[in-house]
Design a protein around this ligand. Structure first.
Ligand SMILES: Cc1ncc(COP(=O)(O)O)c(C=O)c1O
Length: 366
């Protein structure tokens, strides 16, 4: 059964499903976030178009969260909207963007919508990262941008300060835009922003979907130096602003981040260990990357000969656990892995730990 039908099934049974398929976060969050949404509803704030620049205090809070001062902030309906605007504004037909394989392919689709092409460099090999020398080698006269998803979806690798600096140097040396997708930054305490090294042409794609668990709200931001964002605003598809309830939730989430972030990181640490111990017990399965600097793992199932789609199907339909087959994230390597996200309550992760070996046993006939 293809993934799209599995999503339909999972949404139909939303309350009974363990959501490990979208890197969303179903760990309960502090009360003030929900209260901010409810207050906005009570006050019928939705009667008005939101203030275009963003709720008072929200752009400033995003900047403060990142420790930035000079960057302009564009509040968007999810990080993905800002990435669409950026690809549309900066790319023209025939351009190339240096990226990776695996990757979060919807951004590659956006690149294609602009008539450009993502050059997918193989990182499904030791140490599962894009390095500056490989990126530099891939640059051609058509290259306009470098896409750095850090931490990486789906592999969970995070880049060190010197690695980010090296990639920023490549972008600078070739006059490229550097789109630094920091959707999973909250999970990596050592995260470094590329804007530190190459502020002029670095764009940061920021999300509220993962850390504070607001994926369904659709709120994020794009940050860059004022001159850079001016260029991108030409393709602002959303002149009437971003959902006001989402912005209220986002502002409240930043306001109590000191409360939820350590708790989320603790749960994520524990869940990673549960999954690692589970995968160790299954012949032919392995974790290419451990620990993950994001909220997900790739589980490589290649040596079992089992199709990842079958793993996704059986976990969902026999155990009500939704994970994602690799085809969504890589055309070349997608048949080798499933992606499992672990920002779920630990008892749900334990459910996965019981189910996964059984599913693999059934599918391998062992
Ligand atoms: C790397 C990456 N970028 C962007 C997004 C989209 O984030 P948002 O929900 O903020 O639009 C995702 C969602 O999974 C992602 O994995």
């Amino acid at each position: 059964m293809p993934s799209i039908d599995n999503f339909e099934f999972a949404h139909e049974h939303r309350r009974d499903v363990v959501w490990m398929s979208q890197n969303t976060n179903t760990i309960p969050m502090p009360r003030p976030i929900k209260e901010a949404i409810l207050r906005s509803v009570e006050e019928a704030e939705y009667n008005l178009y939101p203030f275009k620049r963003g709720l008072f205090g929200l752009p400033e809070a995003v900047r403060e969260d990142l420790g930035l001062e000079a960057q302009d902030v564009l509040i968007t309906n999810g990080g993905i909207e800002g990435e669409y605007m950026a690809t549309r504004a900066l790319l023209k037909p025939g351009d190339e963007v240096v990226s990776t394989d695996p990757s979060f392919l919807p951004i590659h689709d956006q690149i294609a919508m602009a008539g450009a092409r993502a050059v997918e460099l193989d990182i499904y090999r030791k140490d599962y990262k894009l390095h500056a020398d490989a990126a530099a080698k891939a640059v051609t006269p058509r290259t306009r941008a470098l896409l750095l998803i850090d931490p990486n979806n789906p592999l969970g690798v995070g880049y060190t300060r010197s690695e980010v600096k090296g990639l920023a140097r490549v972008a600078e040396d070739h006059g490229l835009w550097l789109l630094h997708d920091i959707t999973y930054r909250d999970f990596n305490p050592d995260h470094v922003l590329a804007s530190e090294f190459y502020p002029e042409r670095t764009l940061l794609s920021y999300s509220f979907s993962k850390g504070p668990g607001l994926a369904g709200m659709r709120v994020g931001a794009l940050l860059g130096m004022p001159e850079a964002l001016k260029e991108i605003r030409r393709y602002d598809t959303n002149v009437l602003g971003t959902n006001v309830l989402a912005q209220r939730a986002a502002l409240a989430a930043l306001g109590c981040k000191r409360e939820w972030l350590p708790a989320v990181r603790d749960i994520v640490r524990r869940n990673q260990e549960i999954i690692r111990d589970t995968v160790k017990r299954v012949d032919g399965c392995e974790l290419p990357v451990f620990p993950s600097k994001a909220n997900m793992f790739v589980i490589d199932t290649a040596a079992t000969g089992v199709a990842p789609d079958a793993v996704e199907d059986r976990l969902l339909h026999d155990h009500m656990i939704h994970v994602r087959a690799g085809g969504y994230l890589s055309k070349r390597f997608g048949s080798k892995f499933v992606r499992v996200s672990f920002t779920v309550p630990t008892e749900q992760c334990e459910k996965f730990a019981r189910a996964f070996p059984k599913v693999m046993e059934t599918l391998t006939g062992s």
